[in-house]
Design a protein around this ligand. Structure first.
Ligand SMILES: Cc1ncc(COP(=O)(O)O)c(C=O)c1O
Length: 465
């Protein structure tokens, strides 16, 4: 690679990492030459190359500036309501998970953030201390779980202007256990459950396990479940529960506005529907932005079972989550007592101790900033290399990007071909039975944009083309 190409690559990476923002002026040719120690001609060639690549543009008499990101190519949305008498996702979801676990694979299909982004050493020290002190709290971890942890979670709610009693909280083995317990507590086999379109596959797995029936309600990729569509479904079906995400939905990444939360909540109240609120990404707002409150904040009627987790924001692999279950707590706790008894005692103590510390706030700030930067970098690269007819949906927070293949595209075929190339993907069939949404692919944007990843995405783009 020649000097000017190397400089162009460097600047291009800086743009991806938001060192230079869209619209911002780059240093003048002279300034860049002086700073880099390269000749004026080399810098000029580098800038011209970046201009040809569409990354920067010349502005008469004022040098070069970074081009705006192309407007987000709109994602596919489904206007249709999709009714499923029988949900069958578990075999497929398990196969995809197993395939994605192969060592050396680029984990674009993974649901978990890059593990290097977490304070693992500090947590390990806390775990050591908690294990050594186990004799002091021999049964504190049993349902409803460690009091210290429940109190720390209640304080965490108060930072969101929500008053939740530690007595209303049940500690669970990740959000997954909490969500399953919550759904089981408010339904009987054969009941109807409303979900989003597309929905997190864990909801479909739980619905299948419990012998429930699913209705996927039309969901706008930017604004979430459509109240008119929900109203129509609730008029026609005796729906028992709704599983939804109000913040940074998986896979689309939208947040429900306050008005939409209110409109949906009123419908749930009017039709006596329980809400299972899956809020595992609520901490992952972009830096500088404040996440909206979860729907639980307006729950005057105690019909929302709000489920959270530390898997995405603090301690992946610890398998710690919670349900704010209110009046339903005893029912959930009894079921947990039979099924799993509890999650690990030292982990509960270690996380409780870490949550109130200053390093936790610093960790969250860094995590949000890194995830945002990495997602922006990946988006930029996708806009450059993906065929024009592939829809790219940016999310409002979290670390997922949803792509939608054009008409006739087969995301499952793409998923198999990508595996051959050493890349895992999460195909749309995991999230929906609607053929239109099955053309979707979810990408995990939490990993650094290495050369290996860039090349992999280019290969993927060629497959799509
Ligand atoms: C939307 C959503 N809910 C729940 C979970 C499960 O969370 P946990 O790992 O805490 O069980 C996940 C994990 O991928 C998720 O994406």
């Amino acid at each position: 690679m020649s000097k000017y190409q190397r400089l162009a690559q460097q600047v291009s990476q800086q743009i991806e990492q938001q060192v230079w923002q869209p619209g911002q002026r780059l240093p003048s040719l002279r300034r860049m030459a002086a700073d880099s120690g390269l000749s004026l001609m080399t810098v000029m060639n580098a800038y011209q190359l970046l201009e040809q690549q569409g990354r920067i543009e010349a502005v008469p008499r004022s040098g070069y500036r970074v081009k705006d990101l192309p407007a987000s190519r709109p994602a596919l949305s489904s206007a249709a309501t999709h009714v499923r008498d029988q949900v069958s996702i578990n075999n497929f979801a398990y196969q995809v998970l197993q395939a994605s676990n192969q060592p050396g694979l680029l984990p674009l299909g993974s649901a978990f953030p890059d593990p290097n982004l977490f304070p693992l050493r500090a947590l390990a020290r806390g775990l050591g201390r908690a294990s050594a002190a186990l004799a002091e709290h021999p049964i504190d971890h049993l349902p409803p779980g460690s009091l210290a942890l429940r109190q720390a979670i209640a304080r965490h709610y108060s930072r969101n202007d929500m008053t939740i009693s530690p007595d209303d909280i049940l500690i669970t083995a990740g959000a997954m256990e909490g969500l399953n317990l919550a759904l089981e507590a408010v339904t009987q086999p054969g009941d109807w459950v409303v979900i989003e379109a597309p929905a997190f596959y864990g909801a479909l797995q739980a619905i299948e396990r419990l012998g429930l029936r699913a209705i996927a309600v039309a969901t706008d990729p930017k604004q979430g479940m459509q109240p008119e569509a929900l109203a129509d479904v609730l008029k026609r079906y005796p729906v028992k529960a709704c599983w939804l995400m109000s913040r940074y939905q998986n896979p689309l990444g939208f947040c429900l506005s306050q008005q939409r939360q209110q409109a949906l909540y009123e419908l749930f109240c009017a039709h006596d529907v329980w809400v299972i609120e899956d809020d595992v990404y609520g901490e992952l707002a972009p830096p500088g932005a404040r996440a909206p409150q979860p729907m639980k904040a307006i729950d005057q009627q105690q019909r929302i079972l709000h489920c959270g987790s530390f898997s995405k924001s603090l301690a992946p692999g610890f398998r710690l989550g919670w349900v704010c279950a209110g009046e339903q707590l005893q029912r959930l706790a009894q079921r947990q007592f039979i099924a799993t008894l509890s999650s690990s005692a030292p982990e509960q103590q270690a996380v409780a101790a870490y949550l109130d510390s200053r390093p936790y706030q610093t960790h969250l700030r860094q995590l949000r900033s890194t995830l945002h930067q990495r997602k922006q970098g990946l988006l930029h690269w996708l806009h450059q290399c993906m065929p024009a007819n592939v829809h790219i949906n940016d999310s409002q927070g979290g670390y997922f990007i949803w792509l939608a293949l054009p008409d006739g595209g087969d995301a499952i075929e793409l998923y198999h071909q990508a595996l051959q190339l050493g890349i895992s993907l999460a195909p749309g069939a995991l999230f929906s039975a609607d053929p239109m949404l099955q053309r979707g692919v979810r990408l995990n944007a939490s990993y650094p944009l290495s050369d290996k990843l860039r090349n992999a995405l280019q290969q993927l783009a060629r497959l799509m083309a």
